[in-house]
Design a binder for this molecule. Structure first.
Ligand SMILES: *Cc1c(COP(=O)(O)O)cnc(C)c1O
Ligand SMILES: [Zn+2]
Length: 421
């Protein structure tokens, strides 16, 4: 089945053949994969998806890879959707879910777009892959490249978390740390993409890459019994994931997998780098780039987001909103989610939890609204940001007496943990 028609300009609608291009030569608009939805709808059913692999590739009919032999699948996707009643209670809400994408193979949602991007690079016969990354894409592309036995070039800004760099090196990637911000690293990678045969996931493979991100909302709908959620809160870096969420909902309706939906899509960023949320709050679609992001939420620190404009449009058109919590609120968000639901996320997830807390406090969500939080990255990758705000482990001698003394200090009235205490 030839389900991909080509690439279509998001602005002027011009159709291009399937190639490694990402911008319209008429208007410079971004290109999206154009599908033959009628052909797909005829072949696709909820049951067929249910019988598919437990990864993003269960939605293969809605992904742009046509040669099954080029698929690189290390298990991205089909992550748990957890009902978060403890968190909901603490926030004064009734129905909150956590989409725990922190348990993907490289511990962030970036495995979804990376699996598609590297598969597509193989289909195009690219001799090497690459990416500019705020941290998580680095590990995800490097792992998929390792599996595909392709050389990998990763461009990162200064000052990323140690675990993200170590993990990426372990997969055997070449890491190039550019003295500057993400936007500077990305600009350099864009120049290299134009003059090399490297397939850059977030640059010349971008139209295909972003298709992987929409599987997150596909899964949420499937896990809710093929119903769209009422409200999703999405962390925003380049804006691709947020925009892809709207695109994903429209596609599910188009091929008949969900019926009428009215999902509000809201954005979460960090106060130290919030160009998208600023624009949403001001009621404009004009993005003022942040020259020097300053936040511990490094995975979201993109000052000039490629899909920012489209993310704002998606929020607007669905009646969503946006919040950009401070570092302190983000750390509290991480701890709140960890101690209520047993899910340890990185600052991007903390920003999502903190954004919801703000929305509740400001009366922007109804008590009964069904809310799904996108928890996109794992706390083990960003431990250094949390350490200063945690209490240290207790230190005692190796005796029962020392432990008894400790318990006396910890004792809660009415609870007995140890005889004689
Ligand atoms: C990259 C990233 C996002 C958002 O990515 P977009 O560029 O907006 O698609 C969200 N959370 C985490 C943890 C990320 O690494
Ligand atoms: Zn165009």
């Amino acid at each position: 089945m030839n389900k991909v028609i080509g690439l279509r300009c998001r602005e002027c609608g011009e159709i291009y053949p399937k190639r490694l291009i990402h911008a319209c030569s008429l208007c410079f608009g971004p290109l999206d994969v154009a599908y033959d939805y009628d052909a797909i709808a005829g072949a696709l059913s909820r049951e067929a998806i249910g019988r598919g692999p437990p990864t993003i590739w269960r939605y293969r009919d809605l992904l742009p890879v046509e040669d099954g032999g080029s698929i690189v699948d290390i298990g991205a996707g089909l992550t748990p959707l957890l009902r978060a009643d403890n968190l909901a209670r603490e926030l004064g809400l009734n129905e909150v879910y956590v989409k725990n994408d922190s348990v993907n193979p490289t511990f962030s949602f970036k495995d979804r777009p990376s699996s598609v991007a590297v598969s597509k690079a193989i289909e195009f016969g690219s001799p090497a892959v690459g990416a500019a990354s705020t941290g998580n894409l680095a590990g995800a592309i490097a792992a998929h490249a390792a599996r595909a036995r392709l050389p990998c070039f990763i461009f990162i800004p200064e000052g990323l978390e140690v675990s993200k760099v170590v993990q990426t090196l372990a997969y055997g990637a070449h890491i190039i740390e550019v003295a500057g911000t993400y936007d500077q690293a990305n600009r350099l990678a864009t120049e290299i993409a134009l003059t090399s045969n490297i397939a850059f996931a977030n640059i010349n493979v971008r139209p295909y890459y972003v298709e992987g991100s929409k599987t997150l909302v596909f899964e949420i709908c499937e896990q809710l019994g093929w119903r769209a959620p009422e409200h999703i809160i999405v962390p925003v870096a380049s804006g691709a994931l947020l925009h892809a969420s709207l695109r994903g909902l429209k596609e599910l309706e188009e091929v008949g997998l969900i019926d009428d939906w009215s999902t509000r899509i809201s954005a979460a960023q960090a106060a130290g780098c919030s160009p998208v949320v600023q624009a949403i709050q001001k009621g404009t679609t004009e993005i003022i780039p942040v020259e020097k992001p300053n936040t511990l939420c490094k995975s979201l620190a993109i000052g000039d987001p490629a899909d920012g404009y489209y993310a704002i449009q998606a929020v607007r058109s669905t009646g969503g909103t946006g919040r950009a919590p401070s570092n302190e609120e983000i750390l509290n968000g991480i701890k709140l989610l960890a101690r209520t639901e047993g899910v340890f996320t990185e600052p991007a997830g903390g920003a999502v939890v903190a954004a919801l807390k703000r929305l509740v406090e400001e009366g922007e969500v109804e008590r009964d609204e069904q809310i799904v939080l996108y928890i996109t990255g794992n706390g083990l990758k960003t431990q250094e940001s949390l350490v200063p705000s945690l209490i240290k482990p207790f230190r005692i001698g190796p005796t029962i007496e020392d432990f008894r003394k400790l318990l006396i200090n910890l004792q809660t009235p009415g609870v007995k943990w140890l005889e004689g205490v």
